[in-house]
Write a protein that binds this ligand. Structure first.
Ligand SMILES: Cc1ncc(COP(=O)(O)O)c(C=O)c1O
Length: 389
């Protein structure tokens, strides 16, 4: 007997019962027939981001020009937006700053970790880690000849700094933040977490998990927009040891005194660098507000339901997935493995189904809970299956 899962009406009933379904109305969606399963790379466009950016460029900037830095508090936007993001990742006020790219944030945080006196100059990172993290670590080792890079995270003996993602970008596997932070601590290491694939889709409690340092992007599940600035988190207890390598004037205690030598601002502001991207931060702020209002627990629950649905369907359709079932893994996408991944991605795009691909054979179906419908997952899986039959 044919499984009821294979009836589109089943997906339609899941959409009808979805308590987050109405959040799609908060996004600019030009064509409701488009199936966009790439919100794990670039979230869709929040209507309120468009309004906020227009307000910044049509009013604040032309009306108030240079005085905007004070009048609209642009000077402190990285800290303001950091405080607004903090609850979604379980950080406290004053522990998060939003600026630069994830790459730069990781560079800063790994250096912060290495400069803590008792930390050994050995960085551990997995071969399978996202490229930018590996490149940053190798670049730091080039700049700091005393630093050694060890590949692999199984044996942390002698390691001072661990760099790793909370959610694997290929498989969507979600690691145990508290247990893995503690395992590193027991070995004498401090972990720099990359939360890029986790923030805005997974409940993260940086504080209760004991996490000390973390960074992540905002353009995926947080819907911050293309190139939106990333975030850095430093646990309060480490703030008095926060010495970072990019000593810009925005991190200077008295920024406009000009003739003084560098003295870092207290707290997380010590991670600021140069003039922040006001327009980018404005869009990011609007995107983050959607997540805050919808609530990360409800978002994560839908991410899990979408992932389960996708995996159930994949089982029925004989598609081979590398993603584990929630709750072990509900990291916001499901990966289907196929050696013709590139051709399949292109064939889906021809049919208005947008997914992404990672070398060599991974098709990622992004499940962005504020915009993804169960029918999107059904249509994408069914089309994929028909392309393969
Ligand atoms: C795990 C991870 N880290 C970092 C990045 C990108 O870093 P950046 O924001 O500097 O481009 C990505 C982008 O997809 C990512 O998936």
């Amino acid at each position: 007997m044919r499984s009821p899962l294979l009836e589109r009406s089943h997906a339609e009933s899941l959409d009808a019962a979805d308590p987050l379904a109405h959040w799609r109305d908060h996004f600019v969606i030009r064509d409701q027939r488009l199936i966009y399963l790439d919100g794990n790379s670039l979230g869709m466009t929040p209507k309120r981001s468009v309004a906020a950016v227009l307000e910044a460029v049509e009013s604040q900037w032309p009306d108030d020009l240079i005085t905007s830095w004070w009048k609209h508090d642009w000077l402190n936007l990285p800290l303001t937006v950091g405080d607004e993001l903090a609850p979604t990742i379980g950080a406290r006020s004053g522990e998060v700053v939003v600026n630069e790219s994830t790459t730069v944030c990781l560079f800063q945080l790994v250096n912060v970790a290495l400069d803590i006196p008792e930390v050994a100059p050995v960085i551990a990172i997995a071969d399978s880690e996202f490229p930018t993290d590996r490149y940053v670590v190798d670049g730091i080792a080039r700049l700091r000849p005393d630093v050694e890079v060890k590949r692999g995270l199984d044996d942390l003996d002698g390691v001072g700094v661990v760099v790793r993602s909370l959610v694997d970008y290929r498989t969507a596997r979600l690691h145990d933040l508290a247990a893995e932070t503690q395992r590193a601590k027991d070995a004498g290491a401090i972990t720099v977490w990359d939360l890029s694939h986790a923030a805005g889709v997974v409940p993260i409690d940086l504080h209760s998990s004991g996490a000390e340092l973390a960074a992540g992007c905002t353009y995926k599940f947080l819907n911050g927009g293309p190139g939106s600035p990333a975030f850095s988190y430093v646990r309060t207890e480490l703030h008095d040891q926060l010495h970072q390598p990019i000593q810009g004037w925005f991190a200077q205690r008295d920024q406009f005194a000009m003739d003084n030598s560098f003295e870092a601002r207290p707290g997380i502001a010590a991670l600021m660098n140069g003039t922040p991207s006001v327009i980018g931060l404005t869009a990011t702020r609007a995107g983050i507000s959607l997540t805050n209002e919808a609530g990360i627990d409800a978002i994560a629950a839908k991410a899990g339901a979408l992932a389960n649905f996708a995996l159930d369907l994949a089982g029925e359709l004989d598609l081979h997935c590398s993603t584990e079932r929630p709750p072990a893994s509900s990291g916001g996408h499901v990966s289907v493995l196929h050696r013709d991944a590139a051709d399949l991605q292109a064939a889906l795009a021809d049919r208005q189904i947008i997914i992404d691909k990672r070398e060599p054979d991974v098709l990622r179906l992004g499940l962005s809970p504020l915009t993804t419908r169960f029918t999107d997952v059904f249509d994408a899986m069914a089309t994929l299956s028909s392309l393969l039959s």
